[in-house]
Design a protein around this ligand. Structure first.
Ligand code: ZN
Length: 248
């Protein structure tokens, strides 16, 4: 005999209803937002993808962590409050989201520096969400960088993420291995200009070519590279963080 499903049956630890609640909530909150990648994908693709990484690649089965992953950008990027998350999803989930939420009132360069330090002191569950968040964003950046991001900017983001990931090391070996592989062997394509050879009618003509670059530059002082990235952020100011690019 099939067990009847009572609508008010108390949920079990891995009840899909918990996940659906978080997905529904995040869909509504992010409904008008788009990612900043070249496809301007719907924003919700990101938090759902982060939860999927946790489940499929990180082996995470803790429902609170999966819910927090789906909700992780709601406070930072929408009108959602911490109290609202406590009420809807409980203290533990709300606290994980709080730990991975950036203070957007801080100037961007300071916020980036702060994240590297702050990540060392957040809960274990929040560290795991952060790893999956970074893995998603880095793959997205590698495969379809936002318009206008040049090689230096893309590599700067990779080097900065490497510093953040170092701050949360030990939180999830599977995700850390995937990130390590990306940092060590990942590459991306950018368009550049090359001079036509042979010359056309004796003149040098430029043509667009596709170049391959390492995600993390090799034979480079990465500490210096990271400092240059922070400086560029301080000059870029807030404008570049518009439109929910969320490469935080
Ligand atoms: Zn995110």
């Amino acid at each position: 005999m099939m067990a009847s499903i009572h609508p008010l049956k108390p949920p079990t630890a891995l009840d899909p209803g918990f996940l659906l609640h978080a997905v529904d909530f995040a869909c509504i909150k992010h409904r008008d937002q788009r990612r900043k990648n070249k496809f301007a994908a719907p924003y919700i693709n990101h938090p759902v993808g982060v939860a999927q990484i946790l489940w499929a690649e990180g082996g995470v089965r803790d429902i609170d962590v999966l819910q927090a992953a789906i909700l992780h950008d709601t406070v930072e990027d929408t009108d959602t409050t911490h109290e609202e998350l406590v009420k809807e999803f409980g203290q533990k989930v709300a606290d994980i989201v709080k730990d991975v939420t950036d203070d957007k009132s801080m100037p961007k360069d300071k916020r980036k520096r702060h994240q590297v330090e702050h990540a060392k002191h957040i809960s274990q569950a929040a560290k795991v969400v952060k790893l999956a968040d970074k893995l998603y964003n880095l793959r997205d950046l590698r495969d379809c960088p936002p318009a206008g991001w040049d090689t230096k900017r893309i590599q700067g983001y990779f080097v900065w993420c490497q510093a953040v990931v170092k701050s949360v090391s030990g939180a999830n070996s599977l995700l850390e291995a995937a990130l390590k592989d990306l940092f060590e062997t990942g590459s991306f394509s950018v368009e550049g200009l090359a001079i036509n050879d042979p010359l056309v009618h004796g003149k040098a003509m430029l043509r667009v070519v596709t170049l391959t670059r390492d995600c993390v530059p090799k034979d480079t002082d990465l500490t210096e590279f990271l400092e240059a990235y922070y400086s560029a952020m301080s000059i870029a100011g807030e404008t570049e963080d518009n439109n929910n690019n969320n490469n935080n």
